[in-house]
Write a protein that binds this ligand. Structure first.
Ligand SMILES: [Zn+2]
Length: 213
């Protein structure tokens, strides 16, 4: 069939699984990888070198399902370590990657590779995490999964940090540091929200005739 390399015959795609901690993102990534492996599709799995919670080379989810993964220092390293025969690239903890991950993922998809990413959409402040907004934007398929609120049992979309003394966005930890919370029980007031709160108070005062501007 001409001079086209074989991967040109496959349609590439970008899939993102996002949500808070304890929502089963990695389990979902592993489920998709396993299915492809059963069909004998060549899969490569990457994760940022920053996430060394359990093991250097395995993607390990909280439920101890394991698949082999390569820890990389930057998103460009994914391209450097890619084999010609790879059909599927899975990337775990994708929120920790630098902004080049967008270009890398698009390049892979253009080569006919199915890219599956899993990561936190929000940090412990409820703000967009790293490259996630753009990644969600360019994705062909997005699954936003929820956990269970540890306070009320409702679906949880936020990662609540119990330790607030460390302002670092990247604090890799487990149940001792984080809890899944619903919107109601995630009481972190973001910077912009404080201003909004003051604005609401000002309007109320104005209505009561206390502000004469
Ligand atoms: Zn709740």
């Amino acid at each position: 069939m001409g001079n086209y390399p074989s991967h040109q015959f496959f349609s590439g795609s970008i899939e993102v699984v996002c949500g808070p901690m304890f929502s089963g993102k990695t389990e979902e990534l592993i489920r998709r990888v396993r299915r492809a492996q059963i069909a004998r599709q060549k899969v490569q799995i990457f994760k940022p070198a920053i996430d060394d919670r359990y093991h250097d080379t395995n993607v390990v989810s909280h439920s101890s399902l394991e698949v082999e993964a390569v820890a990389v220092g930057s998103s460009i390293d994914i391209l450097k370590k890619l084999y010609d025969t790879t059909r599927i690239v899975a990337i775990d903890e994708v929120q920790f990657f630098d902004e080049n991950i967008i270009a890398v993922v698009q390049k892979l998809a253009r080569r006919g590779i199915r890219v599956i990413c899993a990561g936190l959409d929000q940090d412990y402040r409820g703000r967009a995490f790293g490259p996630m907004p753009e990644l969600l934007c360019i994705a062909d398929m997005v699954n936003k999964v929820s956990a269970i609120c540890t306070v009320c049992g409702s679906p949880a979309t936020k990662s609540f940090r119990k330790i607030t003394t460390d302002e670092n966005q990247v604090l890799v930890g487990e149940t001792d540091v984080y809890e899944a919370r619903c919107r109601t029980h995630f009481d972190y007031v973001a910077e912009g929200e404080e201003e909004l709160l003051a604005f609401t108070v000002a309007i109320k005062s104005d209505e009561q005739g206390e502000l004469n501007l």
